[in-house]
Design a binder for this molecule. Sequence first.
Ligand code: ADE
Length: 338
Amino acid sequence: MTESIKITAIINIMITNTLETLRPKKLSDYIGQENIVKTLKLFIDAVRKRGKPSEHILFYGPPGIGKTTLAYIVANELKGEIKVTSGATITKTGDLAAILTNLKDNDVLFIDEIHRLPKPVEEMLYPVMEEYSLDIIIGKGPSARTVRLSVPRITIIGATTKLALLSAPLRDRFGLLLRIDYYHNKDIEKIILRSSKILNLPITKEAISQISLRSRKTPRLANRILRRARDILEVDRHTVIDEKLVDKLFSLLEIDANGLTKIDRDYLEVLGKKFSNLPVGVETIASALSEDVRTVEEFIEPYLLRLGFIKKSSRGRSLTPKALSTIKSPSSLPSLFS
Ligand code: ADE
């Protein structure tokens, strides 16, 4: 390994470790989403009592709201090991077979972005989910035959941001479907406080509130902002993360009072300025932003829709009156359309 690859590997491990440290390990440490936590507790208690393998679980909802964290918690509570993969990386049936042969009874296979599984892989998953069997086709053409192999009694946890893209047969094989939504501000504040205690960071109430307001109601963003605040705290030798420090951070990161980042504001500007707020198709917006359509649809638009800043119609996207009035206010950084 060359020196630079070694250093990159160490940095990656350090980043992963920080994320791992902040991730709650038990349901009792999980903040917010009370109904989800209650449902999962009941489900896990019932599985433990029956002593049989757990039914499969599907989490769906926007990115960054804790689907992976919950999968880790379920695996931990069921005393199984977790193997993490993604629908986008399992490209062939052989990939799935290879993953399954490395698992053992009671393990959890977490498949993120499960809606991206190719159809043949998805079909191979059905007997795994129903009967812990793997059907392998040997040979080609008329002489092809299917061999059925046993696989360990695992629990599959799927996660998706796009439930509608999941086929009905796959969806129906999950025994528990849970929709995880954005968090309340007070819960994001509690998560920031918990993370700052774990990372040993002095922080004021006001700074917690400011970070919470700009973290789009998602724990992942809140924790990311907190880690960047820690950079300023350490490099500029502050004694505490206070309002002044986070103000400096937000202008550095270009995050405005609504939690909008530069790319969100660019999106709004494309609609409002470039296209005079006439309805615009997503492909046109994506090319005006030099982004791909998936990034626009999955990462930029959900929060703008949630804020009520844009509306979608069959003719395209346009700004709402709420967006127009907010954008012109001085708290929008930097002011658009001026
Ligand atoms: N870190 C990230 N998400 C969390 C949550 N929901 N509860 C506690 N800590 C978290």
